[in-house]
Design a protein around this ligand. Structure first.
Ligand code: BDR
Ligand code: CA
Length: 315
């Protein structure tokens, strides 16, 4: 089967970076048409640089990387340096990458690529605030006809919020954008905190990755060792949740995850619960089932997949 064409829309971020590595390790399954970047964990100037660094480290300098929205559609930008460090990818040494930044705006790239693609052919994989994807939909709604599905990291139901008591970071960072994307009518699979909090980067798992010995594995282990610090203190867990790679892992091996068709609606008005994702898991309303909400994962299987794929970079 031909590899599935995808666009990864991200804000690296250590966990975004690992998602990029996982995707770049799997060219037989995934054809990365482009990486679009957005302001999120750190400002845009850093997320686009970080994405290009990951292409260099993985030896995939030909993948086009684009910079997109510098701020959310309505609200003021929020960032998360207290988790990711000032660079967004603390844990690796920063360098000026060879992978060039494309001149085109990320939104323009998304619109043009989708409009010229076959109907229902391209999978969008957003792992940051949804500003780029929502802006593209608003600008040219006809792109939706060309979207096969959207696999999002964002939201929370049982776990509650990680950036406010009610909201997960990516949705809180741009709730209006999230609302546009979740109501777009195309198939959507959501990796929220309920599932990402099950894939913890324990010391043992990070040590196994480091032992692979190639440059990508070393960068991954370095970043995860840093990423670890904040979340282990916050949650009292044995490791940090590896949020964003869940999207790519689902594309590579959906059997690792369990999902349920539900309605997901985003709170965009209340300041108290702004960015909350109201997930109708028990179907207590007749609102349309607009997402597949992921609620369980085989965590050991996830890390086996990650290890196997990162090992490929050494060959
Ligand atoms: C999400 O927020 C960011 O900090 C991570 O990169 C992930 O995309 C988790 O809430
Ligand atoms: Ca992210």
């Amino acid at each position: 089967m031909a590899p599935r064409p995808i666009i990864i829309d991200c804000d690296p971020g250590q966990d975004d970076a690992v998602a990029l590595f996982l995707a770049m390790s799997s060219p037989d399954e995934l054809d990365i048409l482009g990486i679009t970047t957005v302001a999120g964990n750190v400002p845009l100037a850093l997320t686009q640089r970080n994405a290009r660094m990951m292409c260099d480290i993985a030896g995939r300098t030909a993948i086009p990387v684009f910079a997109g929205c510098e701020r959310p559609i309505v609200r003021e930008a929020i960032t998360a340096e207290y988790i990711h460090g000032n660079t967004g990818i603390d844990g690796v040494d920063v360098f000026e990458p060879e992978t060039p930044l494309q001149e085109k705006h990320a939104v323009e790239f998304i619109v043009e690529t989708l409009l010229t693609a076959d109907e229902h052919s391209v999978t969008l994989v957003p792992t940051g605030p949804l500003s780029n994807i929502a802006t593209a939909i608003e600008k040219e709604p006809a792109i939706l006809q060309h979207v096969r599905e959207i696999v999002v990291m964002g939201g929370a139901m049982r776990e509650g919020g990680n950036r406010s008591p009610s909201a997960e970071f990516n949705v809180l960072a741009d709730p209006q954008a999230a609302d546009i994307v979740f109501s777009c009518g195309r198939p959507i699979t959501v990796m929220g905190l309920d599932v990402t909090h099950q894939v913890l980067s324990t010391r043992e798992r990070v040590a196994r990755i480091r032992a692979l010995g190639n440059a990508v594995a070393e960068a991954t282990a370095g970043m995860l060792s840093f990423f670890h610090r904040y979340d282990t203190g916050k949650y009292g867990s044995e490791g940090a949740p590896l949020h964003d790679p869940c999207t790519i892992a689902w594309l590579l091996d959906p059997g690792l995850f369990q999902t349920r068709a539900c309605n997901l609606s985003v709170e965009t008005e209340s300041e108290l619960t702004m960015g909350h994702t109201a997930v109708d898991f028990w179907h207590v309303t007749d609102r349309p089932r607009n997402v597949h909400w992921t609620y369980a994962v085989d965590a050991n299987g996830f890390y086996e997949l990650l290890n196997d794929r990162l090992a490929r970079f050494g060959r």
